[in-house]
Design a protein around this ligand. Structure first.
Ligand SMILES: Nc1nc2c(ncn2[C@@H]2O[C@H](COP(=O)(O)OP(=O)(O)O)[C@@H](O)[C@H]2O)c(=O)[nH]1
Ligand SMILES: [Mg+2]
Length: 585
């Protein structure tokens, strides 16, 4: 191979290329995650293409510098190639079009030229004889067919291939007619892929113009024109007369050069100098790769910026209709008869049972059992289990509607209605932000209601359980237990003391005494228990629990996100995140 690049330069270059590729990879995977946003697919394709091109650049790291000449018919591309190669006619030139019908590769380093030729497609390429040329070893020149000749379309693929393999583009214009708009426009998509330094605009046939006019008018005009047309992509413009550097310029005696101003040597110095220094070639290649990277990221950034505001508005509208829908769901729940909740009383008793000790606690336990058996409310025993809930235990299987929990059903109905009502506004914004028009379908928000149903019912279950817990804790306090148990324990203690004392003094008590004592204790116990029941009734009535649970639900419902995990919402958030990152980066 003809490279003179130092291995460390190659390694550094490879490292930088990898960084670029991985950044584009990240963009690509982000784009792949938002298929609903229509520009994503095209941008992802561009990313793939850019990665492919960057990888191709890296694969050529150690090969010769490839310089491609492009330009309209008759601008003097072939003449310039010949001039650079030493002046012999290697590539056919002339007035009769088309002169160059294929890509023509010139290279002093035969291996590299042959390899390049193979890659460009052997059917359209020939390697011209290089004997007697003055090209440096590390350089391959490609002369391209006329892009505006009859065979224009046929040549485009070959031209694209050549450009994809190029490190440096020489865009040759005819000074006598430089503003070939069609041509400059045609080249725009190609030239923007190149870093400014890898792009040289050449104004050929300058010998045909007055020197003063060339410098003061033609050149500034041309610069202005090309900067605008190519979005400022080109850094350097050189005025040359290629024909002068042929071995046989064969000037028409009546039309010789009109002056000596010619920057051909600058051009040759630039191209050959680059070819001679391997590390510079690598720099060019890395810069070109960076340009491709910037192009893709820039494109994505501008597409994202274009939709950002609209999509931000869509996100807000979405949040708003969600909040509204939640609020009306909560109020629907409230409207329902809140006297439902038959199992609630039993649930409180069950919880209290586990807390209370002492004689009153024993009666409470017996009473609770009796309630359970009597009322056949086996279900209530499940209330304490973490997996079930007040409502979930009423449905035979998961998902089998909340039909008998009428309040929840009504709440869901209201939620759906509200969502459907607000959807057109959100969908309109989304479509304007270039989301797929399929989001207009009413099914889109509906796919999330199942989720909301689950969330709402579990929130409701939790709210009730929490209320029951709070009340049970209040009714199970230590002081209350001591107070309620005190009368019975007092009497028990007294009877016990008297019994033990008389036993030791052998002054035995009669059976009447014990019968009497039993009844006193029983009455005290029943009275205490009755007092506790009244207290429970006052503090933890089902109505009270429902009301408090509803208050809690209304407060917490705002934190519910019925659309969480919904593909539309996920993708909307992802697009906005990307837009934010693109704007910030
Ligand atoms: N006066 C003048 N004529 C030139 C110059 N360069 C090329 N030509 C002529 O322009 C015509 C077209 O040149 P050619 O290299 O075949 O152009 P291509 O189609 O771009 O390859 C030929 O007749 C050349 O002799 C130049 O610098 N000055
Ligand atoms: Mg030609």
């Amino acid at each position: 191979m003809t490279t003179r690049a130092h291995p460390t330069a190659v390694l550094k270059g490879v490292g930088r290329i990898e960084a670029l590729v991985s950044e584009i990879g990240l963009l690509k995977s982000n784009l792949d995650s938002v298929p609903l946003w229509r520009p994503a697919a095209g941008l992802a394709r561009q990313s793939d293409e850019a990665v492919r091109m960057i990888r191709a650049i890296a694969a050529r790291f150690e090969r010769s510098l490839v310089v491609t000449l492009i330009g309209p018919s008759g601008s003097g591309k072939s003449t310039l190639v010949n001039a650079l190669a030493g002046g012999a006619e290697l590539s056919p030139t002339g007035h009769r079009r088309p002169t160059t019908d294929t890509l023509v590769v010139f290279g002093a380093g035969k291996e590299d030229a042959a390899e390049l030729t193979r890659e460009l497609g052997s059917d359209s390429v020939i390697v011209a004889a290089t004997a007697g040329t003055r090209l440096p070893d590390g350089l391959c020149l490609i002369d391209t067919p006329d892009t505006d000749s009859m065979a224009f379309r046929r040549h485009i693929p070959a031209l694209e291939r050549a450009i994809a393999h190029s490190d440096l583009l020489l865009c040759v214009f005819d000074a006598e007619n430089p503003k070939r708009r069609d041509h400059a426009d045609f080249l725009t998509p190609f030239v923007v892929r190149f870093d400014g330094e890898s792009l040289v605009a050449v104004l050929n046939k300058c010998d045909r113009l007055e020197e003063a006019e060339l410098k003061t008018k033609i050149l500034p005009d041309f610069l202005d024109y090309i900067q605008k047309g190519w979005r400022g992509a080109v850094d350097r413009t050189l005025c040359i007369c290629a024909r002068r550097h042929l071995q046989e310029p064969a000037w028409d005696p009546s039309a010789g050069p009109r002056h000596d101003f010619d920057q051909f040597e600058d051009l040759r110095g630039l191209v050959f100098g680059l070819a001679d220094r391997g590390s510079l070639v690598i720099d060019r290649r890395v810069d070109n790769a960076r340009q491709l990277h910037a192009l893709v990221l820039g494109e994505a950034g501008s597409e994202l910026a274009q939709d950002r505001q609209t999509l931000e508005a869509a996100r807000q509208a979405l949040a708003r209709i969600q909040t509204d829908a939640m609020a009306s769901a909560a109020s629907a729940l409230r409207d329902q008869d809140s006297r439902r909740g038959g199992g609630l009383g039993a649930a409180v008793y069950h919880k209290l049972c586990m807390r209370w000790v002492g004689p009153v606690g024993w009666v409470l336990a017996v009473w609770t059992r009796l309630m359970a058996v009597g009322g056949g409310i086996a279900a209530m025993l499940r209330l304490g289990r973490p997996s079930g809930g007040f409502f979930s235990n009423r449905r035979p299987g998961k998902g089998s509607t909340l039909a008998d929990a009428g309040g929840l059903e009504a709440a869901l109905r209201r939620y759906r209605l509200e969502l459907v009502g607000g959807w057109p506004e959100v969908a309109e914004l989304l479509v304007r932000g270039r989301f797929d028009s399929a989001v207009r379908s009413i099914d889109t928000p509906m796919t999330s209601t199942g989720r909301f149903e689950e969330q709402l019912s579990s929130l409701w279950d939790r709210a009730i359980e929490r209320e029951v817990d709070v009340l049970a804790r209040r009714l199970g306090g230590g002081w209350l237990q001591i107070l309620m148990n005190a009368p019975v324990l007092g009497i028990l203690g007294y009877v016990g003391w008297v019994t033990v004392k008389t036993f030791f003094s052998a002054d035995y008590l009669t059976g009447d005494y014990f019968l009497h004592a039993f009844w006193v204790i029983a009455i005290a116990l029943l009275l205490s228990f009755f007092a506790l029941q009244v207290l429970i009734r006052l503090t933890a009535s089902p109505e009270r629990i429902m009301t408090r649970a509803l208050d809690r639900l209304q407060k917490e419902i705002g934190e519910l996100d019925g659309l969480a995990g919904h593909p539309l919402r996920t993708q909307l958030d992802a697009v906005l995140r990307m837009a934010e990152a693109a704007a910030g980066g």
